[in-house]
Design a protein around this ligand. Structure first.
Ligand code: ATP
Ligand code: LTN
Length: 334
Protein backbone atom coordinates (compact mmCIF):
# COMPACT_ATOMS: atom_id res chain seq x y z
CA UNK A 1 0.00 0.00 0.00
CA UNK A 2 2.79 2.35 1.02
CA UNK A 3 4.62 1.71 -2.24
CA UNK A 4 1.65 2.86 -4.28
CA UNK A 5 2.09 6.41 -3.05
CA UNK A 6 5.84 6.60 -3.46
CA UNK A 7 7.35 8.16 -6.56
CA UNK A 8 9.24 5.75 -8.76
CA UNK A 9 12.91 6.01 -9.66
CA UNK A 10 14.95 3.89 -12.04
CA UNK A 11 18.52 3.77 -13.27
CA UNK A 12 21.09 1.40 -14.68
CA UNK A 13 24.79 1.03 -15.32
CA UNK A 14 26.47 -1.11 -17.97
CA UNK A 15 28.64 -3.93 -16.63
CA UNK A 16 31.17 -3.08 -19.31
CA UNK A 17 34.11 -2.94 -16.90
CA UNK A 18 34.97 -2.12 -13.32
CA UNK A 19 33.11 0.81 -11.79
CA UNK A 20 35.11 3.99 -11.32
CA UNK A 21 34.99 7.08 -9.17
CA UNK A 22 33.05 8.99 -11.87
CA UNK A 23 30.28 6.37 -11.82
CA UNK A 24 30.24 6.50 -8.04
CA UNK A 25 30.44 10.23 -7.38
CA UNK A 26 28.17 11.02 -10.34
CA UNK A 27 25.07 8.89 -9.99
CA UNK A 28 25.64 5.87 -7.73
CA UNK A 29 26.51 7.69 -4.51
CA UNK A 30 23.08 9.30 -4.44
CA UNK A 31 21.06 6.15 -4.95
CA UNK A 32 21.06 4.69 -1.41
CA UNK A 33 19.35 7.84 -0.06
CA UNK A 34 16.71 7.47 -2.73
CA UNK A 35 15.64 3.98 -1.71
CA UNK A 36 14.24 5.41 1.51
CA UNK A 37 12.10 7.92 -0.31
CA UNK A 38 11.21 6.34 -3.64
CA UNK A 39 10.16 3.02 -5.08
CA UNK A 40 13.50 2.26 -6.79
CA UNK A 41 14.59 -0.01 -9.61
CA UNK A 42 18.31 -0.38 -10.30
CA UNK A 43 19.52 -2.73 -12.97
CA UNK A 44 22.63 -3.94 -14.74
CA UNK A 45 22.41 -3.02 -18.41
CA UNK A 46 24.13 -6.12 -19.79
CA UNK A 47 22.18 -5.93 -23.06
CA UNK A 48 23.56 -2.46 -23.72
CA UNK A 49 27.07 -3.71 -23.02
CA UNK A 50 27.19 -5.98 -26.08
CA UNK A 51 26.90 -2.99 -28.43
CA UNK A 52 30.68 -3.10 -28.02
CA UNK A 53 32.34 -6.52 -28.41
CA UNK A 54 32.74 -8.29 -25.02
CA UNK A 55 34.48 -11.40 -23.84
CA UNK A 56 31.59 -13.61 -22.52
CA UNK A 57 33.41 -14.83 -19.38
CA UNK A 58 34.52 -11.30 -18.54
CA UNK A 59 30.98 -9.98 -19.03
CA UNK A 60 29.59 -12.58 -16.60
CA UNK A 61 32.23 -11.68 -14.02
CA UNK A 62 31.72 -7.94 -14.42
CA UNK A 63 27.95 -8.31 -14.11
CA UNK A 64 28.12 -10.20 -10.83
CA UNK A 65 30.81 -7.83 -9.51
CA UNK A 66 28.64 -4.85 -10.37
CA UNK A 67 25.70 -6.42 -8.55
CA UNK A 68 27.87 -6.95 -5.46
CA UNK A 69 29.12 -3.36 -5.73
CA UNK A 70 25.57 -1.99 -5.95
CA UNK A 71 24.76 -3.76 -2.69
CA UNK A 72 28.06 -2.73 -1.08
CA UNK A 73 27.32 0.90 -1.95
CA UNK A 74 24.15 0.68 0.11
CA UNK A 75 21.46 -0.56 -2.28
CA UNK A 76 19.70 -2.92 0.10
CA UNK A 77 17.89 -5.53 -2.03
CA UNK A 78 15.15 -5.72 0.60
CA UNK A 79 14.35 -2.05 0.01
CA UNK A 80 14.68 -1.72 -3.76
CA UNK A 81 14.50 -3.90 -6.86
CA UNK A 82 17.91 -4.94 -8.19
CA UNK A 83 17.91 -6.93 -11.41
CA UNK A 84 19.78 -7.88 -14.55
CA UNK A 85 18.33 -6.39 -17.74
CA UNK A 86 18.58 -9.57 -19.84
CA UNK A 87 16.52 -11.47 -17.22
CA UNK A 88 13.47 -9.36 -17.99
CA UNK A 89 12.52 -10.15 -21.58
CA UNK A 90 10.04 -7.27 -21.78
CA UNK A 91 12.94 -4.81 -22.29
CA UNK A 92 13.79 -6.22 -25.71
CA UNK A 93 10.11 -6.49 -26.65
CA UNK A 94 9.20 -2.91 -25.79
CA UNK A 95 12.41 -1.72 -27.49
CA UNK A 96 11.14 -3.18 -30.79
CA UNK A 97 7.83 -1.35 -30.53
CA UNK A 98 9.51 1.92 -29.55
CA UNK A 99 11.99 1.63 -32.42
CA UNK A 100 9.01 2.09 -34.73
CA UNK A 101 8.34 5.42 -33.01
CA UNK A 102 11.97 6.63 -32.93
CA UNK A 103 13.29 8.60 -35.85
CA UNK A 104 16.48 7.88 -37.75
CA UNK A 105 17.36 11.59 -37.61
CA UNK A 106 17.05 11.93 -33.85
CA UNK A 107 19.10 8.78 -33.23
CA UNK A 108 21.80 10.07 -35.61
CA UNK A 109 22.19 13.16 -33.47
CA UNK A 110 23.12 11.27 -30.28
CA UNK A 111 26.59 12.31 -29.10
CA UNK A 112 27.34 8.90 -27.60
CA UNK A 113 26.58 7.20 -30.92
CA UNK A 114 28.89 9.58 -32.75
CA UNK A 115 31.66 9.07 -30.15
CA UNK A 116 31.36 5.32 -29.90
CA UNK A 117 31.11 4.76 -33.64
CA UNK A 118 34.29 6.80 -34.07
CA UNK A 119 36.05 4.83 -31.30
CA UNK A 120 34.86 1.43 -32.58
CA UNK A 121 34.92 2.13 -36.30
CA UNK A 122 35.39 -1.58 -37.06
CA UNK A 123 32.04 -2.41 -35.41
CA UNK A 124 29.43 0.29 -36.04
CA UNK A 125 26.53 -2.11 -35.50
CA UNK A 126 22.80 -1.40 -35.51
CA UNK A 127 22.65 -1.95 -31.72
CA UNK A 128 25.01 0.94 -31.16
CA UNK A 129 22.63 3.08 -33.18
CA UNK A 130 19.43 1.89 -31.47
CA UNK A 131 21.03 1.89 -27.98
CA UNK A 132 18.85 4.83 -26.82
CA UNK A 133 15.68 3.02 -27.90
CA UNK A 134 16.49 0.08 -25.62
CA UNK A 135 17.28 2.61 -22.91
CA UNK A 136 13.87 4.25 -23.47
CA UNK A 137 12.25 0.82 -23.08
CA UNK A 138 14.24 0.19 -19.86
CA UNK A 139 12.84 3.38 -18.46
CA UNK A 140 9.26 3.45 -19.74
CA UNK A 141 8.43 -0.12 -18.67
CA UNK A 142 8.58 0.99 -15.01
CA UNK A 143 6.86 4.39 -15.44
CA UNK A 144 9.41 6.19 -13.25
CA UNK A 145 9.07 9.82 -12.19
CA UNK A 146 12.86 10.34 -12.16
CA UNK A 147 15.89 8.82 -13.82
CA UNK A 148 19.11 9.67 -11.93
CA UNK A 149 22.10 9.62 -14.30
CA UNK A 150 25.36 11.42 -14.97
CA UNK A 151 25.42 14.40 -17.28
CA UNK A 152 26.47 12.35 -20.33
CA UNK A 153 23.18 10.37 -20.29
CA UNK A 154 20.90 13.41 -20.25
CA UNK A 155 20.54 13.42 -24.04
CA UNK A 156 19.31 9.79 -23.94
CA UNK A 157 16.73 10.59 -21.28
CA UNK A 158 15.56 13.54 -23.39
CA UNK A 159 15.16 11.20 -26.35
CA UNK A 160 13.16 8.82 -24.18
CA UNK A 161 10.84 11.68 -23.25
CA UNK A 162 10.37 12.61 -26.91
CA UNK A 163 9.54 9.03 -27.88
CA UNK A 164 7.07 8.69 -24.99
CA UNK A 165 5.40 11.99 -25.91
CA UNK A 166 5.17 10.92 -29.56
CA UNK A 167 3.61 7.60 -28.55
CA UNK A 168 1.17 9.31 -26.18
CA UNK A 169 0.30 11.82 -28.91
CA UNK A 170 -1.00 8.94 -31.00
CA UNK A 171 -2.51 6.59 -28.41
CA UNK A 172 -3.42 8.78 -25.41
CA UNK A 173 -1.80 8.86 -22.01
CA UNK A 174 -0.07 5.47 -22.04
CA UNK A 175 3.54 6.12 -21.04
CA UNK A 176 4.69 8.25 -18.14
CA UNK A 177 7.17 10.92 -19.29
CA UNK A 178 10.11 10.87 -16.82
CA UNK A 179 12.49 13.62 -15.71
CA UNK A 180 16.26 13.22 -15.70
CA UNK A 181 17.81 13.83 -12.27
CA UNK A 182 21.40 15.02 -12.33
CA UNK A 183 23.36 15.81 -9.19
CA UNK A 184 25.33 19.06 -9.34
CA UNK A 185 28.56 18.09 -7.57
CA UNK A 186 30.17 15.13 -9.28
CA UNK A 187 28.06 15.21 -12.44
CA UNK A 188 31.17 15.02 -14.60
CA UNK A 189 34.36 13.84 -12.93
CA UNK A 190 37.35 14.36 -15.21
CA UNK A 191 40.27 12.05 -15.87
CA UNK A 192 43.14 12.53 -13.40
CA UNK A 193 45.79 12.62 -16.08
CA UNK A 194 43.94 14.60 -18.75
CA UNK A 195 41.30 16.76 -17.07
CA UNK A 196 39.83 17.88 -20.41
CA UNK A 197 38.16 14.47 -20.81
CA UNK A 198 35.78 12.66 -18.46
CA UNK A 199 37.03 9.93 -16.16
CA UNK A 200 36.34 6.75 -18.07
CA UNK A 201 37.35 3.12 -17.84
CA UNK A 202 38.72 3.23 -21.36
CA UNK A 203 41.48 5.46 -19.94
CA UNK A 204 42.69 3.40 -16.93
CA UNK A 205 45.63 5.58 -15.85
CA UNK A 206 43.56 8.65 -15.12
CA UNK A 207 40.76 6.53 -13.73
CA UNK A 208 40.28 5.45 -10.10
CA UNK A 209 38.38 2.16 -9.86
CA UNK A 210 36.17 1.46 -6.85
CA UNK A 211 38.01 -1.77 -6.18
CA UNK A 212 41.54 -0.30 -6.55
CA UNK A 213 43.87 -0.92 -3.61
CA UNK A 214 44.66 2.06 -1.33
CA UNK A 215 48.23 2.03 -2.69
CA UNK A 216 47.00 2.35 -6.27
CA UNK A 217 44.62 5.14 -5.35
CA UNK A 218 47.33 7.06 -3.50
CA UNK A 219 49.69 6.68 -6.47
CA UNK A 220 47.06 7.87 -8.97
CA UNK A 221 46.32 11.00 -6.94
CA UNK A 222 49.99 11.83 -6.40
CA UNK A 223 50.44 11.70 -10.16
CA UNK A 224 47.26 13.64 -10.95
CA UNK A 225 47.82 16.43 -13.44
CA UNK A 226 47.49 19.89 -11.93
CA UNK A 227 47.52 23.08 -13.87
CA UNK A 228 50.52 24.70 -15.40
CA UNK A 229 49.74 28.14 -13.96
CA UNK A 230 52.38 29.56 -11.64
CA UNK A 231 49.87 30.14 -8.86
CA UNK A 232 50.21 26.75 -7.09
CA UNK A 233 47.10 27.57 -5.08
CA UNK A 234 43.94 25.57 -4.47
CA UNK A 235 41.16 27.63 -6.06
CA UNK A 236 37.97 26.53 -7.86
CA UNK A 237 38.05 27.75 -11.45
CA UNK A 238 37.14 25.02 -13.96
CA UNK A 239 38.08 27.21 -16.96
CA UNK A 240 41.53 28.35 -15.89
CA UNK A 241 42.33 25.46 -13.52
CA UNK A 242 40.58 22.31 -14.79
CA UNK A 243 42.93 19.86 -13.03
CA UNK A 244 42.74 21.44 -9.57
CA UNK A 245 39.01 22.13 -9.91
CA UNK A 246 38.41 18.48 -10.75
CA UNK A 247 40.34 17.40 -7.64
CA UNK A 248 38.33 19.90 -5.61
CA UNK A 249 35.13 18.43 -7.00
CA UNK A 250 36.27 14.95 -5.95
CA UNK A 251 37.33 16.17 -2.50
CA UNK A 252 34.02 18.03 -2.06
CA UNK A 253 32.04 14.94 -3.03
CA UNK A 254 34.10 12.65 -0.78
CA UNK A 255 34.07 14.90 2.31
CA UNK A 256 30.86 16.92 1.94
CA UNK A 257 32.88 20.17 2.17
CA UNK A 258 32.08 23.23 0.05
CA UNK A 259 34.61 24.76 -2.35
CA UNK A 260 35.03 27.75 -0.01
CA UNK A 261 35.84 25.45 2.89
CA UNK A 262 38.38 23.58 0.77
CA UNK A 263 40.04 26.80 -0.40
CA UNK A 264 40.32 27.89 3.24
CA UNK A 265 41.66 24.51 4.36
CA UNK A 266 44.53 24.60 1.85
CA UNK A 267 45.25 28.31 1.91
CA UNK A 268 48.98 28.90 1.66
CA UNK A 269 49.63 25.25 0.82
CA UNK A 270 50.46 24.00 -2.64
CA UNK A 271 49.30 21.15 -4.82
CA UNK A 272 51.93 18.88 -3.22
CA UNK A 273 49.92 18.92 0.04
CA UNK A 274 46.50 18.97 -1.58
CA UNK A 275 46.82 15.98 -3.95
CA UNK A 276 47.67 13.31 -1.34
CA UNK A 277 44.87 14.65 0.88
CA UNK A 278 42.35 14.09 -1.90
CA UNK A 279 43.78 10.58 -2.32
CA UNK A 280 43.33 9.87 1.41
CA UNK A 281 39.73 11.09 1.39
CA UNK A 282 38.95 8.86 -1.59
CA UNK A 283 40.68 5.84 0.00
CA UNK A 284 38.53 6.23 3.11
CA UNK A 285 35.35 6.70 1.08
CA UNK A 286 36.01 3.59 -0.99
CA UNK A 287 37.44 1.29 1.69
CA UNK A 288 34.12 -0.02 3.07
CA UNK A 289 32.74 -0.45 -0.45
CA UNK A 290 35.74 -2.48 -1.57
CA UNK A 291 35.72 -4.68 1.51
CA UNK A 292 32.00 -5.34 1.36
CA UNK A 293 32.08 -6.08 -2.38
CA UNK A 294 34.82 -8.64 -1.83
CA UNK A 295 32.86 -10.25 1.00
CA UNK A 296 29.66 -10.45 -1.07
CA UNK A 297 31.47 -11.92 -4.07
CA UNK A 298 32.32 -14.96 -1.95
CA UNK A 299 28.60 -15.59 -1.38
CA UNK A 300 27.40 -16.52 -4.87
CA UNK A 301 24.16 -18.11 -3.70
CA UNK A 302 23.12 -14.91 -1.91
CA UNK A 303 23.78 -12.89 -5.08
CA UNK A 304 21.81 -15.39 -7.16
CA UNK A 305 18.90 -15.07 -4.77
CA UNK A 306 19.03 -11.28 -5.12
CA UNK A 307 18.94 -11.20 -8.90
CA UNK A 308 16.28 -13.92 -9.16
CA UNK A 309 13.93 -12.15 -6.77
CA UNK A 310 14.68 -8.81 -8.48
CA UNK A 311 13.88 -10.19 -11.94
CA UNK A 312 10.60 -11.59 -10.71
CA UNK A 313 9.47 -8.30 -9.22
CA UNK A 314 10.66 -6.27 -12.21
CA UNK A 315 9.06 -8.62 -14.68
CA UNK A 316 5.62 -8.33 -13.10
CA UNK A 317 5.71 -4.53 -13.42
CA UNK A 318 7.24 -4.59 -16.91
CA UNK A 319 4.61 -7.03 -18.16
CA UNK A 320 1.76 -4.69 -17.21
CA UNK A 321 3.23 -1.85 -19.29
CA UNK A 322 4.07 -4.09 -22.22
CA UNK A 323 0.50 -5.51 -22.33
CA UNK A 324 -0.92 -2.00 -22.35
CA UNK A 325 1.37 -0.94 -25.18
CA UNK A 326 0.65 -4.08 -27.26
CA UNK A 327 -3.07 -3.48 -26.88
CA UNK A 328 -2.80 0.18 -27.88
CA UNK A 329 -0.85 -0.50 -31.06
CA UNK A 330 -3.37 -3.13 -32.14
CA UNK A 331 -1.81 -6.50 -31.32
CA UNK A 332 -4.37 -9.19 -30.50
CA UNK A 333 -4.28 -10.24 -26.82
CA UNK A 334 -3.44 -13.90 -26.43
P1 ATP B 1 32.85 4.47 -20.70
O1 ATP B 1 34.10 4.50 -19.90
O2 ATP B 1 32.77 3.30 -21.62
O3 ATP B 1 32.51 5.80 -21.33
P2 ATP B 1 31.38 5.02 -18.42
O4 ATP B 1 32.50 4.95 -17.51
O5 ATP B 1 30.86 6.36 -18.86
O6 ATP B 1 31.68 4.17 -19.69
P3 ATP B 1 28.70 4.10 -18.04
O7 ATP B 1 28.26 2.72 -17.76
O8 ATP B 1 28.41 4.65 -19.41
O9 ATP B 1 30.23 4.21 -17.72
O10 ATP B 1 28.11 5.09 -16.97
C1 ATP B 1 27.40 4.75 -15.81
C2 ATP B 1 26.87 5.98 -15.13
O11 ATP B 1 27.96 6.76 -14.64
C3 ATP B 1 26.09 6.91 -16.06
O12 ATP B 1 24.97 7.44 -15.37
C4 ATP B 1 27.06 8.00 -16.39
O13 ATP B 1 26.41 9.21 -16.66
C5 ATP B 1 27.89 8.09 -15.13
N1 ATP B 1 29.25 8.55 -15.38
C6 ATP B 1 30.17 7.94 -16.18
N2 ATP B 1 31.33 8.59 -16.17
C7 ATP B 1 31.17 9.64 -15.34
C8 ATP B 1 32.01 10.70 -14.89
N3 ATP B 1 33.26 10.79 -15.30
N4 ATP B 1 31.52 11.59 -14.01
C9 ATP B 1 30.25 11.51 -13.56
N5 ATP B 1 29.39 10.53 -13.93
C10 ATP B 1 29.83 9.60 -14.80
N1 LTN C 1 23.10 4.19 -20.90
C1 LTN C 1 23.38 4.14 -19.51
C2 LTN C 1 22.97 2.84 -18.87
C3 LTN C 1 21.51 2.66 -18.98
C4 LTN C 1 20.50 3.40 -18.29
C5 LTN C 1 19.27 2.87 -18.73
C6 LTN C 1 20.54 4.44 -17.35
C7 LTN C 1 20.87 1.77 -19.77
N2 LTN C 1 19.54 1.89 -19.63
C8 LTN C 1 18.06 3.36 -18.26
C9 LTN C 1 19.30 4.93 -16.89
C10 LTN C 1 18.09 4.40 -17.34
C11 LTN C 1 24.87 4.29 -19.34
O1 LTN C 1 25.62 3.97 -20.16
N3 LTN C 1 25.26 4.77 -18.27
Amino acid sequence: MENEQKKVMLSGIQPSGALHLGNYLGPLRHWPRMIEEFDCYFFLADMHTITVRQDPAALRKQTITLLATYIACGLDPEKCTLFIQSHVHQHAELAWVLSCYSMFGELSRMTQFKDKSARHSENVNAGLFTYPVLMAADILLYQPDFVPVGDDQKQHVELCRNVAERFNGIYGDVLKVPEPYIAKVGARIKSLNSPEGKMSKSQPEGCVFLLDTPEDIARKFKRAVTDSDTENCVRFDPEAKPGVSNLMQIYAAATGKTYEEIEAEFQGQGYGVFKPKVGEAVIETLRPIREETQRLLKDKSYLEGVYRAGAERASAVAERTLRKVYKKVGFIQR
